[in-house]
Design a protein. Structure first.
Length: 311
């Protein structure tokens, strides 16, 4: 319900109470951290709304008129209620800042978030507890949009509608095959060969799959994906690829151990850049606050360092 047009704002009412308490417009202005001309302007605005003088100025200071005394009496309850409202909001913010709810894609959750969490725990503003929800990038976006997570991390090239995003790290997609696959004996394959091969892939909505398919269609507009097998976890994809089910495209972060041990092989794709940004997301029009803001800063610093090392 809209307020009546004659209701003054809280700042003017609070100033009136201070003038009456301190006996001087100048002392009230100082207490509120404003200049005396600004304080005079607020009182004139209040008197214009009331339609009557609310203060009587004398050589000894200021005192309320009969109308001003009545307005001040009514204003006392309003200001007290506003202070209670402010205290309640502060309590809500403290509760929010005591725990951190994060949603992250599987690659980020498994290979980057643990290091970020260690850094966050070591900071002065460490939250009392952290909850992590892991899923594909579409699920992460939904968790942030619905308010279940204060911040999310996705692998998709762009943020879904309703979310803002900023890059926090750079990742590279790689092709992996079993040691017995024909591609394992080659140092490189062509994009045409990769596009023609049935792949073991993540489900629709996965950031890895979306990034890969958009990169291919940017070069080959008529290409249409035809997955050999769709799986809901990176671990399952690595297992299937290592068993010889078929080639897969995954994050380089996810297969560092397998490539080092030789259980997977990775030919490069000639002339095809599969680098991508990993992005933090939050609701549009807002900025991360409290521990979510601190985690975002840690992720950005870590990503900048990794990019420098890899350059």
């Amino acid at each position: 319900m809209p307020l009546p047009p004659r209701v003054p704002d809280l700042a003017a009412l609070d100033l009136l109470l201070s003038v009456i308490e301190l006996g001087s417009l100048g002392r009230a202005a100082e207490a509120h951290g404003i200049s005396q001309p600004s304080a005079s302007s607020r009182i004139r605005y209040l008197e214009k709304l009331v339609g009557l003088p609310v203060l009587e100025r004398t050589t000894l200071g200021s005192r309320p008129t009969p109308a001003g005394a009545l307005v001040a009496e009514w204003a006392g309850a309003v200001i007290e209620a506003a202070q209670q409202l402010g205290a309640g909001i502060d309590t809500l913010r403290e509760q929010r800042d005591s725990r951190l709810h994060v949603a992250a894609s599987q690659t980020v959750a498994e290979y980057l978030f643990p290091k970020w969490l260690v850094a966050l725990r070591a900071s002065a503003a460490a939250p009392a507890g952290v909850t992590l929800e892991s899923g594909n990038s579409a699920g992460v976006a939904q968790a942030v949009l619905e308010g279940r997570a204060g911040i999310g991390f996705i692998e998709s090239p762009r943020a879904p509608k309703g979310l803002e995003s900023r890059p926090v790290a750079v990742d590279r997609l790689v092709v992996v095959v079993a040691p017995g696959h024909p591609w394992a004996r080659r140092s490189a394959i062509t994009l045409e060969e990769l596009a023609a091969a049935p792949l073991v892939q993540r489900e629709a909505g996965s950031g890895t799959r979306t990034s890969f398919e958009r990169a291919v269609t940017a070069r080959m507009p008529d290409w249409r994906p035809a997955p050999l097998l769709e799986l809901s976890s990176t671990t399952a994809i690595k297992t299937a690829a290592a068993a010889g089910v078929g080639p897969a495209v995954v994050s380089s972060l996810a297969v560092a151990v397998e490539l080092a041990s030789g259980t997977l092989k990775s030919p490069t794709v000639t002339g095809f850049d599969m680098t991508r940004s990993l992005r933090a997301v939050w609701p549009q029009g807002q900025r991360p606050a409290g521990p979510a803001r601190d985690l975002y800063a840690i992720a950005r610093r870590a990503g900048t360092g990794a990019a420098t090392e890899g350059s």
